[in-house]
Design a protein around this ligand. Sequence first.
Ligand SMILES: [Zn+2]
Ligand SMILES: [Zn+2]
Length: 136
Amino acid sequence: METEPKTICGGCLCGAVRYEGIGELYNVTHCHCEDCRKSAGAPFVTWASFQPSNFKFTKGKPLEIAWAGRVRSFCATCGSALTFTSQPDADEIDVTVATFDQPEIVTPADHIWTEDRISWIKLADNLPQHARGRTE
Ligand SMILES: [Zn+2]
Ligand SMILES: [Zn+2]
């Protein structure tokens, strides 16, 4: 997967929270884990990672909610799921690709946590599938 360094803009449904990411995106993946499903209210969530120093909120501030040691952020007004970090000082911040202004700017590389996949989601994109995380 190659992505040219450029500014990626996005935000929540209502527009109260906007963000900007620059530089190389990595780990563009569809996550089927139950935590992502439940928190987003969707069958799976597509994420892209930025280095924290390359990502900032440019309008508003999301509500951060810690659950199971991980922090997810949401628009406090409309509820859009925006970011995920595995710990407060994590070296990457994952952003929901579906909230990008132009989600098609990236190409997902794989599926993770497919052992949690809802059976009526049929994967036919030929991308690699990992039962759990990518490293397991
Ligand atoms: Zn909003
Ligand atoms: Zn997940």
